[in-house]
Design a protein around this ligand. Structure first.
Ligand code: PHE
Length: 534
């Protein structure tokens, strides 16, 4: 047992803002608004909320509880909670082994290798493998997320120096293309951006991440409110709000529901070890339920506000929205440039500053997962741990910088990938972003979520996890929901009894043991191309 006491968050607010900082990121600003506009506006938001509450919140509760119970990094936490070798882990291990052998026989060596290594890991160290996976996912995501952070910094710079005065989307697009085709500059910004995030961690939890989150998150909110107000007061703004939020149930498809489900995971930064890591610094008397609800509320509000800052402006200036990075780096610069009064540069600058903050706090969270792992598992002091993650993952990120416009900038990588993963691979994935985004979002995150739910629901058991969740939460979580919601909770005759039926706690147990694994499995099978009936 480590003699040293683990540092804690100084306040619930600090914890909530730090987790919100990890959750609120690029996903909220460029992904959520667009997928909402495409999939039926307000109708999609309803489905999204449903997914957030059905899956997002219950799994977030699991992760915080796993972290707080063990006071360890993601790997150490799973390892500590798994009392002995589990038959379930062996079963999954054998299933993976069989798939790996099948892949080997059918020629996908690269995929076979990854599957076999995962299988052996599961067989060897059981569910601790899930902790390692989530850390790996965090590090892989970090390596390209920070590159996008660097792009954003370039755009802050360009806004304030008057470099975003584009007549139309095409000009803006060409400028963006020329920028990413200059990998040295991109690499410089990427290393600078990740350096900023690393600086946030130096002071530790309270004096580092918490202090910075308490400054940066309110700043983000204010900037967003300012841009939103400017945007919705432009003449012709209504069409944008209409595109974004008007409920259109005819556009809501099964596909859309899957998109909502996937995004719920991504936006809450689940299955990446982050929430476990942050939870490991949480004091026992803090209320996990209310913290999680606050985080989800803030995350959702910011996503909706981002949409209201973006689309009204885009439509008012007569442009069409585009998907993904195109919206931010091509359409928006041209949009801002047409703002009345010649002040477009200022609004562009404020918007990109807001986006910088959003990406920065998420990057810091990703870094911290790796740093806490090194501290807990290898007793590396904090500063060298930060440096180690910075240098190694920063270097890995160079692959993203140098492959944005194709693999050609990096000698040998293309033929290597083609040899290992098959001929089509480098055609389908033309850069490190696409490759890692697909691999982490479609495979690692769903699988991580699935195993987290299985682990808490069936291995650690909801009863033990529930004991952790109850600390600091009060009786309310064990009150009958009907009694509670109907307002009778305080009455003596409705006092808690041994048979309470549906409570917050039992509802959570049902969701974790049954709903989450089943839903995620269906999503996963669908995403990897298995026909599952819809
Ligand atoms: N939740 C972040 C977002 O919405 C995405 C993210 C993923 C952040 C992974 C950190 C780690 O953008």
């Amino acid at each position: 047992m480590a003699a040293e006491k683990r540092e804690n968050w100084g306040s619930s607010l600090g914890f909530i803002l730090a987790i919100a900082g990890s959750a609120i990121g690029l996903g909220n600003v460029w992904k959520f608004p667009y997928i909402t506009g495409m999939n039926g506006g307000g109708a999609f938001v309803l489905v999204y909320l449903f997914c957030i509450f059905l899956l997002g919140v219950p799994i977030m509760l699991c992760e915080i509880a796993i972290g707080r119970r063990t006071g360890k990094d993601a790997y150490g936490a799973f390892k500590a909670l798994q009392l002995r070798r589990s038959r379930l882990a062996n079963l999954f291990g054998v299933m993976l082994l069989a798939s790996g052998i099948y892949l080997l026989a059918t020629g996908g060596y690269g995929f076979a290798f990854i599957t076999l290594v995962s299988a052996l890991l599961l067989l060897k160290i059981g569910f601790a493998a899930v902790g390692l996976w989530s850390l790996l996912a965090a590090m892989l995501i970090l390596s390209y997320y920070s590159v996008v952070g660097g792009w954003i910094l370039e755009y802050v710079w360009k806004s304030f120096s008057g470099g975003l005065n584009f007549e139309n989307v095409q000009d803006a697009g060409e400028a963006f293309g020329a920028f990413v085709d200059n990998p040295h500059r991109v690499a410089m910004w990427h290393l600078f951006f990740m350096g900023l995030a690393a600086l946030m961690l130096i002071g530790g939890i309270q004096k580092g991440i918490e202090r910075w989150s308490k400054i940066l998150m309110p700043a983000l909110f204010l900037l967003l409110v300012a841009v939103l107000i400017r945007s919705v007061t432009l003449s012709g703004a209504g069409a944008g709000a209409d595109f974004f939020l008007r409920p259109d149930f005819s556009k809501l498809s099964a596909e859309g529901a899957l998109v909502a489900l996937g995004h719920a995971f991504y936006t809450l930064s689940l299955a990446m070890g982050i929430t476990i890591t942050y939870g490991s610094y949480l004091a026992k008397d803090r209320n996990i339920f209310s913290s999680a609800l606050w985080v989800v509320l803030l995350d959702t509000v910011v996503a909706v506000m981002a949409g209201l800052a973006i689309f009204p402006a885009v439509f008012a200036m007569g442009f069409d929205p585009a998907a993904g990075p195109g919206l931010i780096f091509r359409v928006l610069p041209a949009t801002f440039n047409h703002f009345p009064g010649g002040m477009g540069w200022l609004w562009a600058g404020l918007f990109f500053l807001m986006l910088t903050i959003a990406a920065l706090t998420s990057t810091a969270a990703l870094l911290e997962s790796g740093v806490t792992f090194l501290i807990d598992q290898f007793r590396v002091p904090r500063l060298p741990a930060i440096l180690l993650v910075y240098v190694s993952i920063g270097s890995l990120g160079l692959l993203a910088c140098y492959s944005t416009t194709g693999w050609e900038h990096i000698p040998g990588v293309k033929s290597f990938l083609a040899a290992v993963f098959g001929g089509d691979f480098t055609v389908n994935y033309t850069n490190w972003f696409d490759l890692l985004d697909a691999f982490t979002s479609n495979w690692m995150l769903p699988l991580g979520g699935f195993f987290t739910a299985i682990f808490v629901g069936w291995i650690w058991t909801v009863r033990k996890a529930g004991r952790e969740l109850r600390l600091g939460a009060g009786d309310v979580v064990d009150s009958n929901l009907i009694t509670l919601l109907s307002g009778f909770a305080g009455e003596p005759r409705y006092r808690m009894s041994r048979n309470q039926g549906l409570t917050v706690m039992t509802l959570w147990g049902l969701l974790i043991r049954y709903a989450a694994p089943v839903i995620i499995l269906i999503l996963f099978l669908k995403a990897v191309g298995v026909p599952v009936g819809f």
